[in-house]
Design a protein around this ligand. Structure first.
Ligand SMILES: [Zn+2]
Length: 235
């Protein structure tokens, strides 16, 4: 298999996980196939003649996942297989315990209750990693403190509370509340992944960029590294 772990076998697309719901070994069946052409020259163009050096063919397949109904577009060009959307992965900059919950949320989108609880656990763990790790504190108080300290913006705090409340509903199994949908789960995962980008991935990239440009980084409050201004000669 190629780097995206995608192969076409007859009417089936084989991938280790669905790009949409994260289910392992998904059943992905073909819905449609087509080919398009890149025309390099019209000099001797014969549209029926695929082997013409003037035409380069791109082959496409549309596959659907039986677990979530999501559609994956596959492109084959020069025997290389590419898929859209690509399966989401957790960046290595995310601390291991938070990454574990994020992966669990990504892999369980087709089972929304499990996914939402994993997303809330990921948010909780990420705030702990940023220093809000008092064992007696709740996720609610961690979010409030992070907003108070401007580690989270007000809008991010509102989203974090939304994920927390969704997870509480699943935990307490309120019969009055409708069951969560796959879209509810995806929204919670999207926020948790976005929060990981904001708290860990982007700061790590900035630090790496400054280091590779010859600058220095100094630790800031909250345990993250904050950049020191680059020297004039490094700009
Ligand atoms: Zn799926």
């Amino acid at each position: 298999m190629d780097k995206q772990n995608a192969e076409i076998h007859g009417d089936r697309l084989e991938m280790s996980r669905c790009s949409w719901c994260g289910v392992a070994n998904p059943m992905l069946k073909v819905e449609h196939r087509l080919s398009t052409a890149i025309v390099h020259s019209f000099d001797y163009l014969d549209p029926e003649f695929d082997d013409s050096p003037d035409i380069e063919r791109r082959y496409w397949g549309i596959f659907s996942c039986t677990a979530c109904g999501g559609v994956i577009l596959v492109e084959i060009l020069h025997r290389d297989v590419d898929v859209y959307p690509k399966p989401r992965r957790v960046d290595r900059a995310v601390p291991e315990r938070a990454a574990h919950y994020l992966r669990e949320a990504l892999d369980t989108t087709a089972t929304p209750s499990a996914c939402i609880m994993a997303a809330a656990a990921a948010v909780d763990q990420m705030l702990k990693e940023r220093g809000y790790n008092d064992k007696k504190s709740s996720l609610n108080s961690r979010i409030l403190a992070a907003v108070e300290d401007h580690v989270l913006t007000d809008d991010m705090g509102a989203w974090a509370h939304h994920v927390r409340l969704e997870a509480n509903e699943e935990r307490h199994a309120d019969e009055e509340e409708p069951l969560p949908s796959i879209h509810d789960a995806q929204r919670c995962v999207d926020f948790a992944i976005g929060l990981a980008e904001y708290l860990f991935v982007l700061p790590a990239r900035v630090t790496k960029g400054i280091e590779s440009a010859g600058g220095e980084v100094t630790p800031a409050a909250g345990g993250q590294s904050a950049p020191r201004p680059l020297a004039d000669d490094a700009m």
